[in-house]
Design a protein around this ligand. Sequence first.
Ligand SMILES: *Cc1c(COP(=O)(O)O)cnc(C)c1O
Ligand code: SF4
Length: 432
Amino acid sequence: MRNLRDIPYINNLSEEEIFNIEVAARVCPFKTNNYVVEKLIDWENYADDPLFLLNFPQKNMLLPHFFDELSDDVRMGNEERIKTTVRKIHYSMNPHPAGQLKYNVPTLNGKKLKGLQHKYHETVLVFPKRGQTCHAYCTFCFRWPQFTGYSELKMGLSDVNVLLEYLKYHPEVTDLLYTGGDPLVMKASTLEEFILPVIEADLPGLQNIRIGSRVLTYWPYRFLTDKDSKELLGLFTRIVRSGKHLAFMAHFNHPKELETEEVQEAIARIRETGAEIRTQSPLLRNINDDPDIWIQMWHKQVELGCIPYYMFVVRDTGAQHYFGVPLVEAYEIYREAFKAVSGLARTVRGPSMSATPGKIMITGTPEIRGEKVIALTMIQARNPDWVLKPFFAEYNRSAYWIDDLTPAFDKEYFFFEKPEMEFEYFIKNLFG
Ligand SMILES: *Cc1c(COP(=O)(O)O)cnc(C)c1O
Ligand code: SF4
């Protein structure tokens, strides 16, 4: 469903509310489906309903001056102006954060490989071309350039042989992470074309196949009643039987997403194949910025046999002014929730920022020799040598991202920003 007015419950909203969503949806791509609308959203209390806010773009997800400009254009019905304004807003929203296009695209024989990203040694991200959409779109999503038709910003792998060739030269890769969009929008037979050849290639270093997906939230029928549900589960079984670890990286933002019979049955079926389900979510203002929500979510996940994996800091892209939670507060929420769950849920790590140098985690706010600071460390890094080195920033309750932080103790740089570090790494990469 892409047309708001086709949704029966939309009559619960005022004409103005509907218009506001229509305006915001010009910027944040909108797509939903009957599972989300009928089983997840509470239409009696839609205004505060997390699933409604996750799926239906809101007026205040745009900065006020942008919203006013765009709503004027929409009222005038001037499609040319609408297009220009939308483009301007999109480019103000940092479409490819963390150097995604600049640093992470790998090359082979001097040619850039579209549809792959290789940032951390062990893991290659695979973006199959036909998986560059989702069953429904999240309003906070940082991958929206892939859905909004900017050709220069689109990614996608169409030929699995490119991946195979690349892996031959990269024996350090243990993990492939199939991502998107959502790779599980693809037919099982299409997904198979991207996975089976890799498994059959008998690459000695390859251990883990990961599939990153939000399908359990948005379309659990993928494992229940879709035409090729059995085939998809069969593919999972084949991956596991081949001796690879299959990790289903499930994306859940709220405990409500785990409550339906459908999602619980889908989780059970995935687990029967021998795949493990690991869960991750960003911490989002207005959606899950409360430790109790995370406690409930992690409890339920462990109960259903899923393994909590990451809590992310929402990226410096898209509607960050609406969804962003400052780093210190994110740490406090994480700690409050972590304190209250058993060790089985403490597999979760965070709050973590996927920033240009790596995944940066906030580990505390200690006072060191009279100076209150933010303690940080990297749990993943472009340069593996940077992992788990503690470093410190000046205490700042209004910082939302690493760029907002200043090194503590009068240092000029964070250790990974030193020009000679960059140079050393550049040289190392140049000569293999
Ligand atoms: C998070 C991430 C990975 C996976 O990291 P793990 O810590 O192994 O889960 C791989 N590549 C990129 C670009 C990532 O952001
Ligand atoms: S499912 Fe993932 S990629 Fe798709 S819109 Fe949501 S966050 Fe973005």
